[in-house]
Design a protein around this ligand. Structure first.
Ligand code: PA5
Ligand code: MN
Length: 190
């Protein structure tokens, strides 16, 4: 029952971006994520050296996954590359037609979104920017900078996450660095 959930204040340190209390956290390492990168060989090579770096982590205040509630938290994507591709989240579609908000807190990055009908957008995500992900848009965040990319997110708790489509084909575009320049190019595997 929605009403059984008690109101409370969540402390959010605007310097360290630590949220207290947080009820769920996850670290996603390259080994968990390797098939999402375009350059599978580059991923395998890093892993074969015995390294399994953290690519991103998130902490969230978890509420019941039922209509009416909101889930919110903070994601940090570390700086780095796999081959030419920047570190990024897996990305997903929401199972329900549910929107999401991202507020950039620190670092430099981007928000890649696409619909199942083939429309694509690429937006900057940086401090003082709020990215709006409309219902129906698959979304992935990418760290294109040399520092951590940190952002706050909030979405309806009953949204559901669908990773299958992205796992199969990826996004229509990939974001790479070539000669120090950030480029958004067609995904050869899409
Ligand atoms: O719901 C969201 O979009 C975020 O909370 C993400 O889940 C988070 O940034 C991690 O990305 P992903 O779920 O694609 O691994
Ligand atoms: Mn989402």
């Amino acid at each position: 029952m929605t009403s059984n959930f008690k109101p409370e204040i969540v402390k959010f340190d605007l310097k360290t971006y630590v949220m207290q209390p947080f009820k769920m956290g996850r670290q996603v390492k390259l080994g968990d994520l390797k098939e999402y990168f375009n350059d599978l060989e580059a991923a395998a090579q890093i892993l074969s050296k015995g390294k399994n770096p953290i690519v991103y982590e998130y902490y969230q205040y978890t509420t019941p996954e039922i209509e009416g509630h909101l889930t919110f938290g903070v994601t940090t994507i570390y700086p780095g590359n796999v081959g030419k591709e920047y570190y990024m989240t897996r990305g997903h579609y929401h199972k329900k037609d549910a929107a999401e908000i991202y507020l950039g807190l620190s670092g430099k990055g981007s928000l890649l979104m696409q619909t199942k009908e083939g429309e694509v957008t690429y937006l900057d995500l940086k401090p003082s920017s709020i990215g709006y992900v409309p219902p129906g848009w698959g979304h992935r965040t990418i760290n294109t900078g040399i520092e951590k990319l940190v952002f706050y997110f909030v979405y309806p708790s009953d949204s559901g996450h669908d990773y299958e489509l992205v796992k199969e084909k990826g996004f229509a575009k990939i974001v790479i660095e070539e000669n120090g320049v950030t480029k958004v190019i067609d995904n050869p595997r899409f």
